[in-house]
Design a protein around this ligand. Structure first.
Ligand code: AMP
Length: 587
C-alpha cells in the first residue's frame, strides 16, 4: 500500500485489507509476535529474560515480565545517551518520542522508529477509508490545527520530539494526507513554527484564505480545535483586517512564518467583509464553523477520554456539522482505528489492528456478563495480573492494555483502561474508559478521571443556567489539611454569582457517588470539597508550561489530577485562584 501513496487512496482496497487482517486476528497476532521476537531476539532485554530465540506466545508469556515505563527507563536512558548496542531493538533506535506527559506529570522518553510511522499511516488510512465511505470528501483542504514541539538532540545525538511531531515531519505523512485528499491549508512553516500562539493565529488565517475549499477541520486531540475557535472569538477582527489589507499582523514575528504567510495573503476586502458580516450575524458564536467554512463535511479529532468535556463547546461551534472521533494510540504506538464513524463521539470504539503490535489485556472489572472475577480483581485491585490475548477478551469487561511492539516495548503497561464493546470480525472494538492511574484517593475512596468528569458535568449544568461554562478543570488531593480533602479547580467563561458557585461546589461534592468517598465524607475522614475558581487564562499558562518542557500543543491533554509529579502545575493553579468555596453538602 505504501508504494502507491502518490495516488488517490483506494478505499475499497484498504477496507478489504483490514477485513482480511481482522478476520484472522488470532493468527495475525501470533505472526506479529513472532516477527517482533525474531527481529529483536538478540537484544540485551530479551536475552536477559531467557527467551533464547523462541518466538511462540507461551514462551513469551512465561519468560517476559509485565513492565511499566519505570522498569524500562534505565534501558531507554542508555539509548537516549547514545549506546548503539541492541538494547531493546535489533535495529538501532535513532529517534525518541516525548510523550505529552500531561497525563503523568513529566514527559516520558519512548523509542520511535519507522515501524511506528508505518503503523500510524495504516491507522490513518484505515479509519479514513471507513469515514470516507460514510462522509465522502472531494478535493478540498483540511484546516488542521496541528503544531510541532521543540525538536532537540539528546546527549547521545538522537533526534527527540513528540510522537506527533515525528510523524508530521515524515514524508509519509504528507503523502498520506495527499492520498487521503486532505492536504493541509497551512504551510509547514506554520505547523513547525516555534511559537504556538503565532502558529494558531496563522492556521486561522490560512483557513479563512481557503474558506471555500476547507472540507475537514481537524486536530490530533479535539482540545486544539476548541482552543482555536476560542481564540478566533478574540482575534477575528484582527484577522479580518489582515485579509482586508493583505498585511500580516505585527504580532506574528517569526521570520519564516511571516515569509510563508505573506506568500498566501493578498488584499481581499470582499472576503474580509463577508467574514465580518457572518460573525456579526451569529448568536453567541453558535454554528461558527459552518458559517466560516460552508463546505466543511465533518470535524475530526480524538474526542474521547479526557476530550469528552470539550464536546459540548465543540458542538456549539459545529452547529449541524458532524463530529467524528479519531483513532486510539499513544506515543508508545497505535492501537485501534475508528471504523464506525457514524457512532457519536461519546460512544466511539476502536478496532484493534492485529498486525501493528501484540496486545494483551488484564481484566479489571466486569458488568456481570463477562467471566466472574474474584473480589480483589475489582477495578484497580487486580492482584496477580493474568492477561488474556486479543481474541480472548470478553464483551462488557474492562481491561488494562499491554503493548508489545516493533519499537522495543514488551508487555508494557500503557496505563489505559478500555472496555470491550463488541468485535469487528475477530478483533475487539474497544471503548476508552480512563487512565488507570488518575485517581483521587485519600483513604478508602477511589475516583477516576471519569468520575471527576461526571461530577464536573453535573455541576456545570448549574452554571449553564447563567449562560456560563467551565472552560477547563482539574483536581488535587490536598493533604495539608486534616482531614485531607478534594480540591477542584475551575476556569469559568465569565463572572458567576457567589450563590451559583456555592451551589456548584455542593453539587460537585454530592456527585462523587463512590461508596468510599460518600462514607468517608459522612464520618469526616475526608473534609469538605473545595472549589477554587481560577483567573481567566490560567489553563493557557499550563499549556505554556508543558510546551516549555518540550511537549506539543497537538498532544496536550489537561491533566485532570495534579500532585507531586506536576507540582509546577499545582503552583500555577494555586497562584491564580480568584475565589474559593467549601462544600456544605454533607454538613
Ligand atoms: P501521549 O502519548 O502522552 O500523547 O498520550 C497517549 C494517551 O492519550 C493514551 O495513553 C490515552 O490515555 C490517550 N488517548 C489517546 N488516544 C485516545 C483516544 N482515542 N481516546 C481517549 N484517549 C486517548
Amino acid at each position: 500500500m505504501l508504494e502507491k501513496m502518490d495516488e488517490k487512496l483506494d478505499i475499497n482496497e484498504v477496507i478489504e485489507e483490514f477485513e482480511a487482517l481482522t478476520r484472522d486476528a488470532e493468527r495475525v497476532q501470533r505472526e506479529t509476535l513472532r516477527k517482533i521476537l525474531e527481529e529483536n531476539g538478540e537484544t540485551e532485554y530479551l536475552q536477559k529474560w531467557g527467551l533464547n530465540g523462541r518466538t511462540d506466545t507461551m514462551s513469551f508469556k512465561a519468560c517476559v515480565p509485565l513492565v511499566s515505563h519505570k522498569d524500562l527507563e534505565p534501558y531507554i536512558q542508555r539509548i537516549v545517551d547514545g549506546d548503539a548496542s541492541p538494547i531493546l531493538t535489533g535495529k538501532q533506535i535513532t529517534c525518541i518520542s516525548l510523550s505529552s506527559g500531561t497525563t503523568q506529570g513529566m514527559p516520558k522518553f519512548v523509542p520511535f522508529n519507522d515501524e511506528l510511522t508505518e503503523s500510524t499511516m495504516q491507522i490513518f488510512k484505515t479509519s479514513f477509508a471507513f469515514r470516507n465511505r460514510e462522509f465522502p470528501i472531494g478535493n478540498g483542504k483540511a484546516l488542521n490545527f496541528i503544531y510541532s514541539s521543540k525538536q532537540f538532540k539528546t546527549k547521545g545525538g538522537l533526534a527527540a520530539g513528540t510522537a506527533t511531531t515525528n510523524v508530521y515531519r515524515s514524508s509519509e505523512y504528507k503523502k498520506t494526507m495527499k492520498a487521503m485528499q486532505t492536504p493541509c491549508c497551512s504551510p509547514d512553516e506554520v505547523i513547525f513554527g516555534p511559537d504556538f500562539h503565532q502558529s494558531l493565529y496563522c492556521h486561522l488565517l490560512c483557513g479563512l484564505i481557503y474558506w471555500d475549499e476547507v472540507e475537514v477541520i481537524s486536530s490530533a486531540f479535539a482540545h486544539s480545535i476548541i482552543q482555536a475557535f476560542r481564540t478566533f472569538e478574540l482575534v477575528w477582527e484582527e484577522l479580518c483586517t489582515d485579509i482586508h489589507d493583505g498585511v500580516l499582523a505585527s504580532q506574528v514575528t517569526v521570520p519564516s512564518v511571516r515569509t510563508a504567510m505573506l506568500k498566501l495573503l493578498k488584499p481581499n476586502p470582499e472576503l474580509a467583509s463577508m467574514i465580518h458580516k457572518k460573525c456579526m450575524g451569529l448568536s453567541n458564536w453558535y454554528g461558527l464553523i459552518p458559517a466560516l467554512f460552508p463546505n466543511v463535511k465533518y470535524i475530526y479529532g480524538i474526542m474521547t477520554g479526557s476530550m469528552e468535556p470539550y464536546l459540548k463547546k465543540l458542538g456549539h461551534y459545529a452547529g449541524k456539522i458532524p463530529l467524528l472521533s479519531a483513532d486510539y494510540g499513544s506515543s508508545e504506538g497505535w492501537i485501534g482505528a475508528n471504523v464506525n464513524p457514524n457512532l457519536p463521539p461519546e460512544l466511539a470504539t476502536f478496532a484493534v489492528l492485529p498486525n501493528i503490535g501484540y496486545f494483551e489485556f488484564i481484566p479489571l472489572r466486569d458488568n456481570g456478563q463477562g467471566p466472574k472475577l474474584n473480589k480483589d480483581e475489582s477495578l484497580f485491585l487486580s492482584v496477580e495480573p493474568d492477561p488474556v490475548g486479543l481474541t480472548e477478551v470478553k464483551v462488557g469487561v474492562e481491561y488494562e492494555i499491554l503493548v508489545t511492539n516493533f519499537a522495543g516495548l514488551y508487555r508494557y503497561r500503557l496505563g489505559d483502561v478500555v472496555k470491550v464493546m463488541g468485535f469487528h470480525n475477530s478483533t475487539p472494538e474497544l471503548h476508552f474508559v480512563c487512565r488507570r492511574n488518575l485517581l483521587l484517593n485519600i483513604n478508602i475512596d477511589k475516583n477516576t478521571e471519569r468520575d471527576l468528569q461526571l461530577a464536573v458535568e453535573a455541576a456545570a449544568k448549574l452554571l449553564a443556567e447563567e449562560k456560563l461554562e467551565v472552560v477547563d478543570f482539574t483536581s488535587w488531593v490536598d493533604m495539608s489539611t486534616e482531614p485531607g480533602h478534594y480540591v477542584i479547580f475551575w476556569e469559568v467563561s465569565g463572572e458567576a454569582s457567589e450563590e451559583v458557585l456555592k451551589q456548584c461546589c455542593n453539587c460537585l461534592d454530592g456527585s462523587f457517588v463512590d461508596v468510599g468517598y460518600v462514607s468517608s465524607r459522612k464520618v469526616t475522614t475526608i473534609g469538605a470539597l473545595e472549589l477554587r475558581v481560577v483567573k481567566r487564562g490560567t489553563f493557557h499558562k499550563i499549556i505554556d508550561h508543558y510546551v516549555g518542557l518540550g511537549g506539543a500543543v497537538s498532544q496536550f491533554k489537561t491533566p485532570r489530577c495534579v500532585g507531586a509529579s506536576n507540582s509546577r502545575v499545582l503552583q500555577i493553579l494555586c497562584n491564580n485562584v480568584a475565589k474559593s468555596y467549601f462544600s456544605t453538602a454533607f454538613g
